[in-house]
Design a protein around this ligand. Structure first.
Ligand code: SF4
Ligand code: SF4
Ligand code: SF4
Length: 369
């Protein structure tokens, strides 16, 4: 009896030990799963962006057999990744700094390094590239898949199907300066003024077509062709840079953008007025971003309708109207700046990844005066 009793107790003890052990290992698995979920929730956008840019870097490097593309898109992807990586780490009030870091790094590299030819001046390699709309058309009409064509394909034509107008929110050098101005809260959008962007897009395109087909002004006549095979062999890089027409196209184009952008921001008290009414690149970006996989979405279960997200949106998007219609923010005016996410007191907004297309633009409009 005694022996049997001891046996039962032992058995119960063993069973309880086994339960605890299996409970512990189940708990551990569950803990690991929940840590992974937290990590994924925090860094899914970063992982998504890094995958895109590193894939582009490796693909172009292997296909075009040119190491420049690996370095170039490696630098750009890492710089954007740094911003997206720091964004979840920073406090709400400091999150905009993460975006500034990406803007400064990518914008600075492309503006000074590629556009103004700093790389060319230091290493005699990669002549200045005009990455304005006109540069894109010149390269395209020259039948060359290089410089402006690659930049526009990735950032502004096909890229937006993956990351919307993320270029505008995280990397554009014009907006990097405009975002520093004091009119961050948008006063609303002037009705119809946005059509000006289409007029300027057509005028820029026509300018290049006329120069190429009427005046025979081609890339070879502008000496703007990238020298992938070797470095510049001339004696004086500094003086030679002023002979390169691409340099002047880029310089004058940007001077115009910055002057008009800053003047409009002051007059309309709206940092992003240039993006809303003037920038001729937007018509191109709108096409791809319509079908963007990455879009903002509101969890209506968590939302308390406080309106803070709409007040913070620099692009006047009626985020809650999309939410009311059980839709993600399909507006092609969204620049993926994530300001709405950072101000939401209930963490009810996040970036989401799936395919959809929405054709409605819900924007806070003001009558043109
Ligand atoms: S709209 Fe034009 S100026 Fe504004 S961020 Fe986009 S590309 Fe830059
Ligand atoms: S800030 Fe958040 S809680 Fe407030 S209205 Fe927007 S989604 Fe809803
Ligand atoms: S909806 Fe959000 S992410 Fe899109 S522009 Fe407005 S604030 Fe930025």
């Amino acid at each position: 009896m005694k022996n049997r009793s001891i046996g039962v107790e032992d058995l119960e003890l063993e069973t309880s030990k086994t339960d605890k052990t299996s409970e512990t290992s189940e708990d551990q698995i569950e803990n690991r799963r929940s840590s992974f979920r937290v990590f994924y929730k925090k860094y899914s956008t970063l992982l998504y962006i890094l995958t895109i840019f590193y894939s582009v870097a490796i693909t172009l490097w292997l296909v075009l057999d040119e190491i420049f593309y690996l370095i170039n898109f490696g630098i750009i992807g890492t710089s954007i990744g740094l911003g997206f990586g720091l964004w979840p780490v920073f406090k709400r009030s400091k999150k905009h700094i993460a975006r500034r870091i990406s803007q400064v790094l990518v914008g600075g590299y492309m503006f000074f390094g590629l556009g103004f030819g700093l790389i060319y001046l230091i290493w005699g390699y990669i002549q200045p590239e005009n990455m304005q709309l006109e540069g894109f058309w010149f390269w395209l009409l020259a039948g060359q898949f290089a410089a402006g064509v690659i930049h526009y394909s990735i950032a502004k034509i096909f890229g937006p199907t993956l990351f919307g107008r993320g270029w505008c929110g995280w990397t554009c050098w014009t907006a990097a300066i405009l975002d520093l101005l004091p009119w961050k809260k948008s006063p609303g959008r002037k009705k119809l003024w946005g059509h000006l962007r289409y007029v300027l897009f057509i005028l820029s395109t026509l300018l290049v077509i006329i120069l190429v087909f009427v005046f025979n002004y081609t890339l070879s006549s502008t000496t703007g062709i990238l020298d992938f095979t070797g470095s510049y062999s001339g004696p004086d890089l500094k003086s030679s840079i002023f002979q390169i027409h691409e340099f002047w196209w880029f310089f004058i184009g940007n001077l115009f953008y910055f002057a008009v952008g800053i003047a409009l921001a002051i007059v309309l008290k709206d940092n992003r007025a240039f993006c809303k009414y003037v920038c001729p690149i937007v018509p191109l970006m709108k096409v791809g971003s319509r079908a963007s996989i990455m879009k903002i979405a509101v969890d209506t279960e968590k939302c308390i309708q406080c309106g803070a997200c709409e007040k913070a949106c620099p692009m006047d998007i009626k985020i809650l109207t999309y939410a009311d219609k059980s839709s993600r923010v399909t507006s092609t005016e969204c620049i993926q700046c994530m300001e709405c996410i950072s101000v939401c007191p209930k963490s009810a907004i996040k970036e989401t990844f799936r395919f959809d297309i929405g054709f409605k633009e819900y924007l806070k409009l003001k009558e043109a005066s």
